[in-house]
Design a protein around this ligand. Structure first.
Ligand code: SAM
Length: 378
């Protein structure tokens, strides 16, 4: 129940799906009764229905919390998607262009970022271009893959998306013929979920989040707590540890946080290094809805120091090379967790759920591959 209070400190973030509509049309229809606010804080605090157009992520608005949009025609027909602002960072930061070829969303369900990628591709696609770029969306959990399929269809991105139902990204062969044109990958793996609104931020080694807000794995039942926020509801229950080989262990009780984070970060690093192996890949984003440096900057640093990164010339996407909205986003990585490397810390994008921006706790970093054609290694 206390999360109801916490969620009241947040707006409802709504991404306008440009595959089916555009921002102007939605302002005139779905949101015609909303008063235009001058800040997110006004949306959160002022009485009545307010709307604020986000200055960082294109086609994103914040509306008054508690507004039920799920019954609107715009929602049911996929014209609008309920997606936290921070969850929009990865696809926007990846900034797929027509010359990037095909894309991979490695850990895709329920599909917020897959559908966002497809929307950006559509916006960037030149008029004369008839053959679409393909988004390969892998999801290891078959049940969640069904949800992904539904979301992709509702959002109208099914023509450009190929879903890997029950497909483990680690089992995908980077050298396979069908992935030879994959130029960019989005990697948003399972994480501790410590940035999710309504979940304890786990400031110490006590883990109430496991038993109170993520009942699914522990009890075998679906998450019982009702959540109104579409994005939060869509996030994966995170009481599952996956080791380097992809074996899952469901946590049945409170577990030492460090052990848990170590297992998660090992898995996250393995996925990231796998993404580094795609021969034509030039861009990758790595993201979590965690605030823990072990899953964030530390994974980034370990990835940058890996042999495969060196062999294949992967480096961090510096702030100066990021898309405008992400370059301007003020909250950056932790320098101490980057071994004192200020450039890497500044390249990392963070958000905290209590910093007044009205977004969930989140982390994203971009990687770019410099240099020549694939040398054939890896
Ligand atoms: N990107 C999604 C979105 O924005 O809607 C949320 C992804 S959620 C944080 C992580 C997902 O990765 C879960 O659905 C999980 O089942 C899936 N997953 C975990 N390990 C995987 C693997 N090895 N290959 C493919 N999917 C995996």
């Amino acid at each position: 129940k206390e999360s109801v209070g916490e969620e009241a400190n947040y707006p409802r973030w709504v991404r306008v799906n440009v595959i089916k509509t555009n921002l102007e049309d939605q302002l005139e229809t779905t949101f015609s009764a909303f008063i235009r606010a001058s800040s997110v804080q006004d949306v959160i605090t002022k009485p009545g229905k307010h709307l604020f157009i986000d200055p960082h992520v294109p086609n994103l608005v914040a509306v008054t919390s508690g507004t039920d949009l799920t019954k609107t025609e715009a929602y049911t027909s996929g014209k609008i998607i309920l997606q936290d602002k921070a969850s929009c960072f990865p696809a926007y930061l990846l900034d797929p262009q027509s010359e990037d070829g095909d894309l991979i969303d490695a850990c895709a369900a329920p599909g917020n970022k897959t559908t966002h990628l497809a929307a950006i591709l559509k916006e960037h696609r030149p008029e004369f271009e008839t053959s679409p770029q393909i988004v390969y969306a892998f999801e290891k959990d078959s049940r969640r893959a069904q949800t992904l399929d539904k979301m992709v269809t509702t959002a109208g991105s099914n023509t450009d998306t190929r879903i890997g139902f029950g497909q483990d990204f680690l089992q995908v062969d980077p050298r396979a013929e069908r992935y030879k044109s994959v130029g960019a990958l989005l990697l948003d793996p399972s994480c501790s979920g410590s940035g999710i609104v309504g979940r304890d931020s786990m400031p110490d080694l006590h883990l109430p989040g496991i038993s109170s807000t993520t009942e699914k794995g522990a009890t075998g039942k679906a998450n019982k707590r009702k959540r109104k926020h579409g994005e939060i509801e869509a996030e994966e229950p995170c009481n599952v540890i996956v080791d380097d080989d992809g074996n899952e262990t469901i946590l049945k009780s409170e577990k030492d946080l460090e052990t848990r984070l170590e297992a998660l970060s090992g898995f996250q690093l393995t996925l990231l290094l796998h993404a580094f192996r795609f021969p034509s890949a030039r861009k990758i984003t790595y993201s979590t809805c965690s605030v823990h440096m072990q899953e964030n900057e530390r994974v980034v640093m370990r990835a940058l120091q890996s042999d495969i990164a060196k062999e294949r010339n992967w480096s961090i996407m510096l702030r100066k090379d990021q898309v405008t909205g992400m370059r301007e986003w003020p909250v950056r990585g932790l320098t101490s967790a980057c071994g004192g490397n200020e450039d890497v810390a500044d390249a990392c994008i963070r958000s905290y759920k209590d910093d007044g921006q009205g977004v969930m706790g989140f982390f994203v970093a971009g990687f770019v591959r410099l240099g020549t054609q694939d040398a054939g290694s890896g």
